[in-house]
Design a protein around this ligand. Structure first.
Ligand code: DAH
Length: 334
């Protein structure tokens, strides 16, 4: 009997809980009407008389201990719940919503403008092969125009590279789809251009291509006019003859930005004109490389840089701001 009693005391001393239900049942178990303490008291008469004294003391010890344990555990719970309830009165952390990156905003606007006139979206891989990025676009190996786009190659394999422009998606789409076809391809491109701290190796382009019977340069001019009106609200354009291996003839498009503010002077270098994209009639070699009959079909293509457009629209002075992920910069595009 006395051993049992001692065991109850050690068990009780060890008992810990934060759970109110557990603590309440502990009290009932020891101090309840049919609890351990009462049970032991009723067995008191059977205890040999030489042990009665010690037994009595131990029962009392158990009784006091059980009550104390119960009180302590309960006041602990009260203390911790007090802390929690005090927290409820504090103001919560403000939850702020994020915003789209300015490049994404501009990309979505351009996609919107072109999809209104029937351009579909097509995307291609950023890791490309030589054929889709260069050769099929009329840039055979050792063609000097490859130097226009310094390339990152993947490991030692000169055939696998990070695409230098989204024109590679033209080739993929032309290979898989018979004309008429009309697509735009936004995406990230890479150039090995760490020549100054201002130049950047990663940027974004949107490529467009339209191939059908009787597509002419006039169609191209009209489409670009529609685009510049919708995007910038400006319609004074200038087509300057240029060279791209994948188009013939090729042009670069300038818009008349104006010379109203100091910024206008700065970004147009005092001329009022701004270059915004490259374009031209798809070179017949490109069509033939993609198994499209260049006698029957013609097409136009264009390519523009998203960073440049975003810098113009938002008057952003430095391209590096797009890549720094500075919250103070990004928050301004909500
Ligand atoms: N791929 C050219 C570049 O990255 C941009 C370009 C120019 C695309 C003329 C075209 C085009 O489709 O016709 O600089």
């Amino acid at each position: 009997m006395i051993e049992k009693l001692k065991k109850h005391i050690t068990d009780l001393k060890k008992f810990e809980s934060q759970d109110l239900n557990e603590i309440e049942s502990l009290k009932i178990k020891f101090l309840g009407r049919k609890g351990i303490v009462n049970d032991l008291f009723s067995g008191f008469k059977d205890v040999p008389s030489d042990q009665k004294k010690e037994f009595g003391q131990k029962i009392n010890e158990l009784k006091v201990l059980a009550q104390k344990k119960y009180d302590d555990l309960k006041s602990n719970i009260k203390k911790s719940s007090k802390i929690i309830s005090e927290d409820f009165t504090k103001p919560g952390f403000p939850i702020t919503s994020g915003s789209l990156h300015p490049i994404t905003v501009i990309k979505n606007r351009i996609i919107d403008i072109f999809s209104k006139v029937g351009f579909e979206l097509s995307e291609g891989p950023e890791i490309e092969d030589d054929w889709h990025n260069f050769t099929a676009l009329n840039l055979p190996k050792h063609h000097p125009a490859r130097d226009m786009q310094d390339t990152f190659f993947i490991q030692q394999d000169p055939d696998i590279l990070l695409r230098t422009h989204t024109s590679s998606v033209q080739v993929r789409y032309l290979e898989d789809n018979p004309p008429p076809l009309k697509i735009i391809s936004p995406g990230r491109v890479y150039r090995n251009e760490a020549i100054s701290s201002r130049s950047h190796c990663i940027f974004h382009q949107i490529e467009g291509i339209y191939v059908d019977e009787n597509v002419s340069f006039a169609d191209l001019k009209q489409m670009i006019l529609y685009f510049t009106k919708s995007m910038f609200g400006k319609s004074k354009l200038r087509f300057r003859p240029s060279f791209f291996p994948f188009t013939e003839p090729s042009a670069e498009v300038d818009i008349y930005w104006g010379l109203e503010t100091e910024t206008d002077y700065r970004i147009t270098k005092g001329t009022g004109w701004l270059e915004i994209m490259g374009c031209g009639m798809v070179d017949p070699n490109v069509l033939e490389n993609c198994n499209i009959d260049s006698e029957k079909y013609t097409g136009y293509a264009f390519g523009l840089g998203l960073e440049r457009i975003a810098m113009l629209i938002y008057q952003i002075p430095d391209i590096r701001l797009f890549f720094e992920n500075d919250i103070r910069f990004l928050n301004q595009f909500k």
